[in-house]
Ligand binder design. Structure first.
Ligand code: ZN
Length: 141
């Protein structure tokens, strides 16, 4: 899935754990689960970079604004864990024309990374994003 969905879902799950370390691990694991859900990834680099920056901006806001008090740090670390695996994808595309060995299981082919054409692949991400954002707002309220 795209970076902003990984960020918001990781943040929501992280806030549910309430613990920064558990949140980070949960975020990392959630990345693989979300990659297994049929989705549409970017076909060009530009939108991916903008999306990644939007995710980082959102997590930075969580860290600085601290909605929900201490739970915001768990949300921050969960979101960071959720986004982190795609750094290798970004580095591969930006600096190695996609030819770089990956480490994360859903990027190596060890676990499923299901692609589906739009609009279905857009809907799966929009629904995931909306549910995760609702969970995060409820948890931090
Ligand atoms: Zn990924």
């Amino acid at each position: 899935m795209i970076a902003s969905v990984h960020a918001v879902t990781g943040a929501a799950l992280g806030a549910l754990t309430g613990n920064p370390a558990a949140a980070f691990v949960t975020g990392l694991v959630s990345h693989g689960v979300l990659d297994a859900v049929p989705h549409t990834d970017y076909q060009t680099t530009g939108p991916g970079v903008v999306d990644g920056l939007a995710g980082l901006l959102f997590l930075t806001w969580l860290a600085l604004a601290q909605p929900g008090g201490g739970l915001a740090w768990a949300a921050f670390w969960g979101g960071l864990g959720g986004m982190l695996p795609d750094v290798e994808v970004a580095v591969a595309h930006l600096f190695f024309q996609g030819r770089m060995r990956h480490l994360y299981p859903s990027h190596t082919g060890l676990t499923p990374h299901r692609q589906v054409a739009p609009p279905l692949g857009i809907w799966t991400q929009a629904i995931t994003f909306a549910v995760a954002l609702a969970l995060l707002i409820i948890r931090l309220a």
